[in-house]
Design a protein around this ligand. Structure first.
Ligand code: SF4
Ligand code: SF4
Length: 303
């Protein structure tokens, strides 16, 4: 759950920038908006591929271990080879007991940490050993505090870690007296996206006008609808396909979503970001984002 403020407490407004697919330019747009409205708290909720911090040269001040589910470890001296755990493990993580393999042998890469074997071993030969699933980072950027995280490969607690990033961002905003949290969300419509958009004040969806981009945006809008959110849509790389852009505009109109900016393809935009996104050298094509940025602190959806 995302921390809720007390009734008389003014809390920071939370805006998530998301996309139905990767490669839409979401992080570029989130970074540009952040540079335009600083100071603020930045939250990189893409815990499987965080890269917002690369843009602003974040100085890391804290790194906190994120515990995963405990993995099952056998004490071979205590195991009687009864085979109960082999039968019970529905993930096939425990090799069958036989003459060559007389005690339980658990593949830790396959173990999902469900704890069933730990609870059911008749002689208590299996223990659940805590494993680290990721790291939560807090740092300082030129725009304000930044919270991000890194999930270990193969771990599937991305939704939980995303929620922790958001909770810590709220704490940072309270501590620094900042009124805005910009969340750079993950692509897609899975668990981490759900954790990113739950309880936000406004949602911005970045889409590109390709067939896949449109389909993914529609999926994202439908997901957002389940949380009573209507995203404000930015069409990026609009000149790639004016026809595709028209399809996006129609899909947005059908769902009551507003297209708030139309950005052409920008050659070498990442170089501008790598320079630290100095607004004095903002590429012409990104100028429409000034109007979006001007509305980020207003109540309701971004217009
Ligand atoms: S249930 Fe316990 S005793 Fe039986 S094989 Fe598994 S670890 Fe060994
Ligand atoms: S903890 Fe669960 S997944 Fe892991 S070995 Fe035991 S039963 Fe299998």
């Amino acid at each position: 759950m995302i921390a809720q403020p007390k009734p008389d407490e003014k809390r920071a407004r939370q805006i998530a920038v998301v996309s139905g697919k990767g490669g839409t330019g979401k992080t570029t747009i989130a970074a540009t908006l952040a540079a335009m409205v600083a100071p603020l708290v930045l939250a990189d909720a893409d815990v499987e591929a965080a890269n917002l911090g690369l843009v602003f040269g974040v100085k890391q001040t804290e790194a906190e271990a994120f515990p995963g589910l405990p993995l099952a470890v056998v004490d071979p001296a205590a195991c009687t080879g009864c085979g109960v755990c082999v039968e019970l493990c529905r993930f096939g993580a425990i090799a069958p007991i036989d003459l060559d393999n007389p005690v339980a042998d658990i593949d830790l890469l396959a173990c999902e940490g469900c704890g069933v074997c730990v609870d059911n071993c008749p002689v208590g030969a299996i223990a659940g050993v805590p494993a680290q699933a990721g790291v939560l980072f807090v740092g300082r950027s030129s725009l304000g505090p930044m919270v991000s995280a890194e999930l270990e490969p193969g771990q599937d607690l991305s939704g939980r870690l995303t929620t922790l990033v958001r909770q810590r961002a709220v704490k940072e905003a309270e501590g620094a007296g900042l009124d805005l949290i910009l969340i750079d969300g993950p692509p897609g419509t899975g668990c981490p996206t759900i954790a990113t958009i739950t309880g936000v004040d406004a949602l911005i969806a970045v889409a590109e006008p390709t067939a896949a981009g449109t389909a993914d945006l529609i999926r994202l809008m439908d997901l957002a609808g389940r949380f009573d959110l209507i995203p404000s849509v930015i069409i990026n790389k609009i000149d790639l396909s004016p026809q595709g852009a028209a399809v996006i505009e129609a899909a947005c109109a059908d769902r009551g979503a507003h297209v708030i900016a139309r950005i052409p393809f920008i050659e070498g935009v990442s170089r501008w970001l790598e320079d630290g996104a100095p607004l004095q050298r903002l590429p012409e094509a990104l100028q429409p984002l000034h109007a979006v940025a001007a509305g980020l602190r207003s109540e309701g959806p971004v217009t």
